[in-house]
Design a protein around this ligand. Sequence first.
Ligand code: UDP
Ligand code: MG
Length: 321
Amino acid sequence: MPTPETLYMVVPCYNEEAVLPETSKRLKEKYQSLISRGLISDKSRVVFVNDGSKDKTWSMIQELHESDPQFFSGINLAHNAGHQNAVLAGLMTVKDICDMAITMDADLQDDINTIDAMVEKYYEGNQVVYGVRSARDTDTFFKRFTAEGFYKFMKVMGADVVYNHADFRLMSKTVLKELANFKEVNLFLRGMVPLIGYQSCNVYYERAERFAGESKYPLKKMLAFAINGITSFSVKPLKLITNVGMIMSILSVIAIIWSIVAKIGGFSEIGWSSTMCSIWFIGGLQLLALGIIGEYIGKIYAEVKQRPRFIIADFINNTDK
Ligand code: UDP
Ligand code: MG
């Protein structure tokens, strides 16, 4: 058995007062068992990242830290930075004090019992261990359909993501140090981590239903996340515009020839509906193309400003044993 190394769990929390008591209880039990099995050191901690919650989340995290400083730590962000930024804030804070870090949602949808396998895979030499959902039985048909469509579409669009893997993953200190060199403001962690490389593997788990509270990812946010993922990782949509533009140009040459022939042939009166259709169609296509280009320009704008991706107001952590 190798000497136990230090594991920090990073758990983003936005308005999670309903699930925190149960999540912290289960994580504490898991940590006790991992420590007694000699898999992780007793310096290991669970860091809850409060992402600008409007409810009692932060005061609950503070209480957890006070009653169990050897298990629970907390980061308080100055404002709501969004899930990806909250995760990154946690990872960047712990990267120098841990040997490995696992990111996990607060709502217990990710199976805590997978942590054992992740840590074991780490000792086998994997720098990244992806938690992959083996089944989506608990999701509604709609969620499953949109989520699986999302992974497939991402692949088609040229962004390399691990199928059915969200943000439940283990990363070694080495990988975290490399992740720190990715300065992009438009974060899409599940696309960034595969880019880093190193030896990695998957562990499979069944995703449960949210333990309590509501999803913080309604359809609107999910769509925005998907668009962000694609435009942050691929310029294929821009190439698509060029291709469509080329096809349309070829078609328009044919249309011009046809209209001249029609003029000469003396049957050019007809064609009101085809004109109307093409005006609407081309107009829509142009707006769509402009929108896609605008999406990228917006990205460049955000990147150029180089604003901080998160602002940490407090970090409560007990580094003693
Ligand atoms: N979350 C966050 N900031 C946000 C939105 C969500 O830190 O602005 C956290 C949330 O507390 C949870 C995780 O991100 O731990 C995933 O959110 P949720 O479970 O609501 O998403 P879903 O699983 O429904 O996609
Ligand atoms: Mg969830």
